[in-house]
Structure formats: structure tokens, C-alpha cells
Design a protein around this ligand. Structure first.
Ligand code: ITT
Length: 196
């Protein structure tokens, strides 16, 4: 079987490859099927965006496609940046500016708690049909200050209490063991390939 892992993010792809290792499946990336326009993410939820992306990429490529939509949701900020994580403060904004803004908003919110989570909605499409979907998360808190140089995106400010460190301080293996995205792709492994 050929499976199009439909993401424009090299960081996501690196993490996904680790979880899909060892499967009897040919992983196809967007680099292998050039020319597919990036679908707009117009959904109000992770679910809607994941489904939209999976269907658009499957229809455009003729392959079974898996796509996911993910982001950081901070309780005290009403779930922000949430589905807009990649666009928070604009697509060109740097992550240090994004971190500062999150901390600024938090300090301006009386009684704000620091609970936060990373969420992934994953969808697999065969043409216009969704053949599998799952939603997974990792629960934590906002770190007091950015820490760590591993991972990507919001990893330096997401603190995971069971390991006592941010996802930005985790090794690849540690993040693969606990992350929202790894959990989603392990669900996919089990459902579509009956693999552990
Ligand atoms: P594709 O849509 O092409 O997959 P994208 O980067 O645009 O790539 P999303 O729209 O799903 O992906 O945005 C996800 C954003 O959420 C991502 O850019 C990060 O800012 C953040 N994010 C998601 N997972 C993360 C993780 O494990 N660690 C840190 N930040 C993460």
C-alpha cells in the first residue's frame, strides 16, 4: 500500500516517520507528488481542518492520504492559539514573539491557570471518503519561560509534568513516547495495519 503523508511541515514529517517505521507501507510525501496546491484551512475545529486536508490531498493525488491538524490550546486563553497555532500573530510571526504574547495575555488574565494541551486531529481519506479518524492530546502546563531547543513550534513553552521538562527539552524518543501526534499515528498504525 502507498500512503500519502500530507503535510507541508518538515518537523511534523520527521516525527511521523518515526512512528510509522517498520510498517509494510510505502510512505509518499508531498515532495513526491509536486504541484498539489496547499488547501486552505478554513475549519473552526481541528477535526474540520484535518478532514478537509486529507480529502483535498487524496483527491488531488489519487492516493490514500493522511493529514492532521494540530495546535496548542491554552485553557485560560479560551483555547487559543488552537486551530490558529500556525497563524497566531500572522503566518510570518516568529515563535519568540508568539511566546511573549501568550505570556502577556496570561499575565493580564486575573486568576489564569497555566493548563494547556497539544491536540491532534488526524484523518485518513480515500478520495472523498474519510476511512479513519482519531483525536489525541497531551496534557500539560505552560512553562514559566521558554526552555529547550529540540522539537519545533510551541515545544519550548509546553511543560509536561510527568517528565518534568518541556517538549522542547525532550529527546526525539521521549517526545515520540508521549506526544499528541505520535499517539494519533499509533492509533492509525493499529487501525489500518493491525500493527502494535
Ligand atoms: P500542515 O497543515 O501542512 O500539516 P502546518 O504547520 O500548517 O502543516 P497545522 O496547520 O496543523 O500545520 O499547524 C500546526 C501548528 O501547531 C504548528 O505550526 C505549530 O505551531 C503547532 N504545533 C503542532 N504540533 C506541535 C508540536 O508537537 N510541538 C510544537 N508545536 C506544535
Amino acid at each position: 500500500m502507498r500512503l500519502l503523508v500530507a503535510t507541508t511541515s518538515a518537523d511534523k514529517l520527521r516525527e511521523i516517520r518515526l512512528v510509522l517505521e517498520g510498517l509494510d507501507v510505502a510512505i509518499v510525501t508531498l515532495a513526491d507528488v509536486p504541484g498539489i496546491p496547499e488547501p486552505e484551512e478554513t475549519g473552526a475545529t481541528f477535526w474540520e481542518n484535518a478532514r478537509q486536508k486529507a480529502i483535498a490531498y487524496s483527491q488531488a493525488s489519487g492516493l490514500v492520504a493522511v493529514a492532521e491538524d494540530s495546535g496548542l490550546a491554552v485553557d485560560a486563553l479560551g483555547g487559543e492559539p488552537g486551530v490558529r497555532s500556525a497563524r497566531f500573530l500572522g503566518t510570518q510571526a516568529g515563535y519568540s514573539a508568539r511566546f511573549e504574547e501568550i505570556f502577556r495575555r496570561l499575565s493580564g488574565t486575573p486568576g489564569a491557570t497555566r493548563e494547556a494541551r497539544f491536540v491532534t486531529a488526524l484523518a485518513v481519506a480515500d478520495g472523498s471518503t474519510i476511512v479513519f479518524e482519531t483525536e489525541t492530546r497531551i496534557e500539560g502546563t505552560l512553562a514559566p519561560a521558554p526552555a529547550g531547543t529540540h522539537g519545533f513550534g510551541y515545544d519550548p513553552i509546553f511543560f509536561y509534568p510527568p517528565l518534568g521538562k518541556t517538549t522542547g527539552e525532550m529527546t526525539r524518543e521521549e517526545k515520540t513516547a508521549v506526544s499528541h501526534r505520535a499517539r494519533a499515528f499509533r492509533d492509525l498504525r493499529r487501525a489500518l495495519f493491525t500493527a502494535p
